[in-house]
Design a protein around this ligand. Structure first.
Ligand SMILES: Cc1ncc(COP(=O)(O)O)c(C=O)c1O
Length: 394
């Protein structure tokens, strides 16, 4: 079927919440490349918005997921499976956390983390400890709790009233956080690098100050690593760069390599708040999702895997800084590993369209930033290929 027909018929039958659709129809992917229905090849620097950590059609991954699905793909969550046990153990052994809860998406993981923190706070601090501090410019998801702590006021207003007891602070400004703390504060939720509002990293000193504040005031510190986690920044979790351990962490995106998987990781003191019946999910931790996540974790934890992320990320960043120095339409380059934000001085849509025309698919962030999120298996040659397109377009 012709791509115009697919888009028109698909658009007619689906809700219009995503705004203008991409003018191409992707048929298949292989490694870091996507192919459309016209047979055109694109270098994928979006990776399903930081989800396709191992790229497309990874043979070992396909084998792991399909062989699990051929055995058993779904069971009620009260059944433990080898796949779930393996994923949970890998996450616990390679982090500062003690226990894991599995969900299906990022927003659902945030929702669960907020519930966990509130239950913990009510039980340890008192029934009035129900409030949350979050940050302007943040993004945590689209369900009511996650939306209520997301710093996109235009979206929150559409669905007001939001969750009550939410207070706003400014990234990298500890005074703004302290001003919001009270005995009612249950938790603080933060992304180590804000991904949606322009790729803004937190400063190490700021996260250390947050940690100290939470320890002193008995507040649960939640890191949302849904976008930054699973190697994206060159370490398994971005918090490792900052030397700060949160109490609770949310994951999704790259953990499943395209299979919907979400997770809440927590230290025992916090995870024990989820007593029997306190929370749950029909599909969370299903065997197929867990086979996907186990495979991804094994790959990402292989010796040298993270070195490639750091090397390719550094090459991308240096290349972009060189383009900036040579007078291209770049105002700033930020980020870590393979999560890079490029502030551009040309209209964002024009640049995205021109990149696509030349066979590169970056993503957007905020209103004037390009977000570059290649699959973590990208090579230096593919980074150079992407840089050449950006050079021509900018
Ligand atoms: C940091 C962060 N948190 C939460 C979410 C929500 O994840 P999902 O779209 O899987 O619900 C996202 C998605 O972009 C995200 O980047």
């Amino acid at each position: 079927m012709d791509k115009t027909e697919i888009i028109a018929r698909g658009e007619a039958a689906t809700m219009k919440n995503y705004g203008p659709l991409q003018p191409i129809v992707i048929e298949r992917g292989e490694g870091v490349y996507l192919y459309d229905t016209d047979g055109r090849r694109y270098l994928d620097f979006t990776a399903g918005i930081a989800s396709q950590s191992l790229g497309h059609a990874h043979k070992g991954y396909l084998e792991a997921v399909t062989s699990q699905m051929a055995k058993i793909s779904h069971l009620p969550s009260t059944y433990m499976t080898e796949a779930k046990m393996s994923t949970a153990e890998l996450l616990v052994r390679n982090s500062c956390f003690d226990e894991v809860f599995f969900a299906n998406t990022g927003t659902e993981s945030v929702e669960g983390a907020l519930k966990l923190a509130r239950k913990w706070a009510k039980e340890t601090k008192g029934p009035e400890a129900t409030e949350t501090i979050c940050f302007t410019g943040s993004f945590h998801g689209r369900t009511f709790g996650a939306l209520s702590v997301t710093g996109k006021p235009e979206n929150a207003d559409m669905y007001a009233p939001a969750l009550s007891g939410v207070h706003w602070a400014t990234l990298n400004d500890i005074k703004s956080v302290k001003a919001q703390v009270s005995p009612r504060t249950a938790c603080i939720i933060i992304e180590p690098i804000q991904g949606e509002s322009g790729v803004h990293p937190a400063q190490s000193g700021f996260l250390a100050d947050l940690r100290e504040l939470c320890d002193r005031e008995n507040i649960a510190l939640i890191f949302d690593e849904i976008q930054t986690g699973i190697g994206r920044t060159g370490k398994l979790f971005a918090c490792e760069h900052f030397g700060v351990e949160p109490d609770v962490m949310t994951l999704a995106k790259g953990l499943g390599n395209g299979f919907p998987v979400g997770a809440i990781l927590a230290k025992k003191e916090f995870s024990r708040a989820f007593t029997a019946g306190a929370h749950g999910s029909t599909f969370g931790g299903n065997p197929a999702a867990m086979a996907a996540a186990t495979f991804v974790l094994h790959e990402v934890l292989k010796p040298g895997f993270m070195d490639n992320i750091s090397a390719c990320g550094a090459r991308l960043r240096t290349g972009l800084e060189t383009l900036q120095a040579s007078g291209k339409a770049i105002a700033d380059v930020r980020g870590m590993g393979l999560m890079i934000g490029v502030d551009i001085t040309k209209p964002q849509k024009d640049v995205l369209d021109a990149c696509r025309e030349r066979g590169l698919l970056p993503w957007k962030s905020g209103t004037s930033t390009l977000r570059l999120l290649p699959p973590l298996i990208v090579t230096e040659a593919e980074i150079d290929e992407g840089l050449a397109v950006l050079d021509a377009v900018l």
